[in-house]
Design a protein. Structure first.
Length: 144
């Protein structure tokens, strides 16, 4: 199963759901974190360099995957594959990994946004749900 993770509050709790499913089914887990390249027009910080921002995002992604990997191992499962990728759209990267890796299930978080905020912000979970050929288990995360 593929478990995409981000830095949202509570997102690492998704690993607990995935571990429970894997323990009960004999599945293996692959952890994925996709970080998006910085947009030069949005959020420019004086003195920051794109290389520095990318290095910080890369390091934060590695740390996230290391913590999640340790939780998988602590649950008694095999060492999970850890995938860190830089891509312009997380949903497209997740869907591509599902198709390439032939995963049977995606377990990921959603904040359950509705109305205008979902329309304006989009929903990675919704895009993955419609772009992948396998089942997607959405775990509701707190929005704060």
């Amino acid at each position: 199963m593929l478990v995409p993770l981000d830095h949202s509050p509570g997102s690492e709790a998704i690993v607990d759901y995935a571990c429970a499913l894997a323990l009960g089914s004999g599945a293996t887990i692959a952890l994925l974190h996709v970080y998006e390249p910085p947009n030069a027009m949005v959020g420019v910080v004086a003195g920051a360099t794109i290389g520095g921002e990318l290095a910080a995002e890369h390091a934060a992604g590695l740390e996230l995957l290391a913590r999640a990997g340790a939780a998988v191992i602590a649950s008694g499962l095999a060492i999970p594959e850890r995938i860190l990728e830089r891509a312009p759209r997380a949903s497209e990267a997740i869907a591509r990994h599902v198709q390439l890796g032939k995963f049977d299930l995606v377990v990921m978080g959603t904040h359950g946004r509705a109305g205008v905020s979902r329309w304006v912000l989009g929903s990675v979970a919704d895009e993955v749900l419609h772009a992948t050929p396998c089942p997607v288990l959405l775990v509701h995360l707190p929005s704060g």
